[in-house]
Write a protein of this length. Structure first.
Length: 288
């Protein structure tokens, strides 16, 4: 018996206004997980025909820089994903506003830009989804924070969740918590990479070859994350299980404690959130 192909979760057009690496990651995830057919995705950017040709060839999406076609795509698409650089956002939003009808959903992956500011630039109380994905979305293991404006209906909420669930985990939060989320998952991969840098360096200084030290570090971090995920146990509980009294792991943990490791990480997350707020305020002042 011939099996019927699965019906895509989303059966309408989606326009990506911006065609950078994050937009590509989301598109790749949606197509791979059959969230939407590639022919229903249109990608736009400012001027790079070469980039659009690359995306058309790679994923089978549509892409254009022709002004009339861009305008028509933005005017008619039920969902528009804003994925341009922050410096280009004001001009793009002011141009976009007059084209929109009240039922079109706008999804933003622009860091630091609040729903209030976006609606102000559009000149209309448009349904807006503000998101903060992280770079692991590019391999389908992202963590994305999502906040909704009050104009977003239930169907549009589901559409937004379907889009970001294609590239990893999603967390719906109040918008005022977006900076805290940025400090944990938005910038969090960098903290882990920094720790990995140190572990690799320690291995090399201890006499291991670079490649071996790197492989051991990568597998250790991957295994630790999977242990937390698959066992459901708290990190503190798992840590205690591998930390024998007066053992070598305990000696290592004591060194980290003397360096105030726990509170330093918390301070780093808090400073990241604070800096995110500062950058968001500066960006909004520039856009006014």
């Amino acid at each position: 018996m011939c099996q019927q192909p699965a019906i895509p979760l989303i059966n309408h057009n989606i326009v990506f206004y911006g065609a950078g690496s994050m937009a590509e990651a989301i598109v790749r995830g949606m197509i791979a997980r059959n969230v939407v057919e590639s022919g229903k995705i249109t990608m736009l950017n400012r001027s790079s025909n070469e980039r659009l040709a690359e995306l058309r060839s790679r994923y089978g999406v549509l892409g254009t820089n022709a002004p009339e076609q861009k305008t028509e795509a933005l005017r008619t698409a039920p969902v528009i994903v804003l994925a341009m650089k922050p410096k280009d956002a004001a001009e793009a939003l002011r141009t976009l506003g007059p084209l929109l009808s009240p039922d079109q959903l706008v999804i933003s992956v622009i860091a630091g830009l609040t729903i209030r500011t976006m609606q102000g630039l559009l000149g209309t109380p448009q349904p807006i989804v503000r998101s903060m994905p992280n770079t692991s979305s590019s391999i389908g293991l992202g963590a994305t924070g999502i906040a909704f404006s009050k104009e977003v209906g239930e169907e549009s909420r589901r559409t937004a969740l379907n889009i970001f669930e294609a590239v990893g985990l999603t967390a719906v939060i109040d918008e005022e918590r977006m900076e805290t989320l940025t400090g944990i998952s938005g910038s969090g991969p960098a903290y882990i990479y920094y720790m990995m840098e140190a572990m690799i360096a320690a291995g090399i200084r201890g006499g291991l070859p670079l490649e071996q030290s790197r492989e051991l570090t990568v597998q250790t971090v991957l295994g630790a994350a999977r242990m937390v995920q698959q066992t459901g146990e708290e990190p503190a509980s798992l840590r205690k299980k591998v930390t024998s009294p007066n053992g070598s792991t305990q000696a290592a943990i004591e060194v980290l404690e003397r360096g105030d490791f726990f509170e330093t990480v918390i301070a780093a997350v808090n400073r990241c959130a604070e800096r995110s707020r500062e950058m968001g305020s500066a960006l909004e002042n520039e856009l006014r």
